[in-house]
Design a protein around this ligand. Structure first.
Ligand code: DCB
Length: 515
């Protein structure tokens, strides 16, 4: 019952999206044997394509990818419980008996899955029925599969069941090829067929058909174009939901070296489509050394643009808690910056990072926003992000007394070790009042940028945001000796980074870009 409900809901979403997605991936032509399965999987948010708009149907699929897709089908999304992005799924799968301890080692998570393991995973994940004719079937396939004697005993009966249920067939020579790899196209087909045949039992979180699938759209600026705000959702040039994820710089007056083209490209290569240039106003920032800090901010923006990414230009007030304090300087800066980037769809303006101290939304931040936003609007319709008192946590106050401009979003900032469910509830409250929310800064640490890291709490936040298609930037892309820093101390900004260059926080966050 549960299952048929879930599937009907899934089908409804599917039909809706199929209508408007004839050419979803540049390398998946209509009418191929795999086209429908791939598009279904992508539409359900189960297996996404690549940033460049391809799906790579002939590419291989890893143990981690295959298991997590199967797990998401039957159990919704699972937070990670270790350092690998799929550790939560792998743990759940192991505990559900989908594989034994000697079948998939953690060191193999990112290796291509074998066909025999894929068969075992779908059999157990989807509860493929053992039907009456299976005894006969065993004899039939034992003799008809040419390489049956190469299939280890623990997989033979599962392979038979898969063939017997039409979940897969052999190659053109009649071989099953137990140790060969699966293509991404084959993986989609096998999972969709198993989903149709099976009766999964451990359905814990059926996808909610009224919400768009997590990361409905991702990709860079060339794919999504000019952004705008529709209701509470950030949308692309076609009005489709878009989710931006990436890193914030640390203060560019201190860690500007991590805003180079190559440094930002590293984050894009891990899947980020967003960068944030944090231009401090106080603390030796724009107010104290105007030209050099401004030029560093523009250079960071240009480097993100060159990487086809969206980029937030952040007026990073912090110790200067009241945005009105340097409102004249802000007015001058945003007049210049909005003219400079008037025709550039990549740029998002954040007009006050974290108002704080003895100030209010209606008395300080709102009047500031009402002065600065019209200045930007003389040149540009770009999305504008607005903070709120208490380090951009008073979003409820902003929602109760909103601004009347279009293409505005309110920022909510959180640090996983400090801010929990009460702040998530506030986000839902603000959205219920029609206030669009953008997480332009969050950390895996406590609010001072250190402590922890708090990966369990961060994972809860990531699921919450993904379910709502809320975009985010993580603090911060630097190698400072604090836990929120994404890089190991001494990481070279110009090098090509691997997982080994990332801190504990960085490994978690970079793994979330493509969630
Ligand atoms: C925010 C700021 C950001 C700050 C981080 C972490 O501040 F937007 O600038 O970054 O969150 O605290 C930290 C760096 C440090 C640096 C320091 C001062 O990580 O390396 O020394 O800025 O420049 C917040 C956010 C939340 C709260 C407090 C602060 N809170 N805060 O909820 O209490 O006080 O900076």
């Amino acid at each position: 019952m549960k299952k048929s409900l879930r599937f009907t809901a899934a089908l409804a979403v599917l039909c809706m999206v199929l209508v408007c997605s004839a050419f979803k991936f540049s390398d998946v032509a209509p009418g191929q044997w795999y086209t429908e399965n791939i598009e279904s999987m992508a539409d359900l948010g189960l297996l996404n394509g690549y940033e460049d708009g391809t799906f790579r149907p002939e590419g291989t699929i890893t143990y981690a990818e295959f298991v997590s897709v199967a797990a998401r089908c039957v159990a919704g999304s699972v937070p990670p419980s270790g350092t690998h992005w799929a550790s939560g799924y792998m743990k759940r799968a192991y505990e559900s008996g989908w594989y034994d301890y000697d079948e998939i080692y953690e060191a193999d998570f990112d290796k291509p899955i074998t066909r025999q393991m894929a068969v075992k995973i779908v059999d157990l994940a989807f509860n493929i029925p053992q039907n009456e004719q299976e005894d006969n079937a065993y004899y039939k396939y034992m003799t008809s599969i040419k390489d049956f004697n190469e299939i280890p005993g623990r997989y033979g009966y599962l392979v038979v069941r898969a063939y017997n249920n039409g979940i897969l067939t052999g190659d053109e020579n009649g071989n099953f090829n137990p140790m060969s790899n699966l293509t991404r196209a084959e993986a989609c087909a096998i999972i969709m067929r198993a989903n149709g045949k099976g009766s999964a039992v451990n359905v814990t979180a059926a996808p909610n058909p009224t919400e768009p699938p997590a990361q409905a759209i991702s990709g860079g600026v060339s794919q999504n174009g000019r952004l705008s705000v529709s209701g509470v959702q950030l949308v692309n040039q076609n009005g489709e939901p878009v989710v931006l994820r990436g890193m914030s710089s640390h203060g560019i007056q201190w860690y500007g070296n991590f805003t180079s083209y190559n440094a930002i490209k590293n984050t894009a290569d891990f899947g980020a489509n967003l960068f944030r240039a944090a231009m401090y106003t106080a603390e030796n920032g724009y107010i104290d050394q105007r030209e050099s800090v401004k030029n560093a901010a523009y250079a960071a923006v240009d480097n993100a643009v060159a990487n086809d990414m969206y980029v937030i230009l952040d007026w990073h007030i912090l110790s200067d808690g009241d945005p009105l304090r340097y409102a004249d300087e802000a007015a001058e800066f945003f007049a210049e910056a909005s003219a400079k980037y008037a025709g550039v769809p990549n740029v998002i303006f954040e007009i006050c990072n974290e108002p704080n101290g003895n100030i209010t939304w209606s008395g300080n931040v709102k009047p500031y926003a009402e002065r600065i936003i019209p200045i930007i609007r003389q040149n540009s319709d770009a999305v504008i992000l607005v903070g709120s008192p208490t380090w951009s946590q008073d979003i409820d106050k902003a929602a109760d007394d909103p601004l009347s401009f279009s293409n505005i979003m309110y920022t909510c900032h959180f640090y996983a070790g400090t801010h929990g469910s009460w702040l998530r509830d506030r986000i839902d409250y603000a959205r219920s009042k029609g206030a669009p929310i953008f997480i332009s800064e969050w950390g895996t640490s406590a609010a001072d940028g250190s402590g922890g890291v708090f990966l369990g709490e961060s994972a809860e936040w990531m699921s919450f945001l993904a379910e709502r298609n809320i975009s985010w930037a993580n603090w911060s892309l630097c190698d400072k000796n604090e836990t929120s820093a994404a890089l190991q101390g001494g990481t070279a900004p110009e090098a090509v980074w691997t997982e080994a260059d990332l801190s504990e926080s960085g490994r978690f966050v970079f793994g979330e870009f493509r969630r």
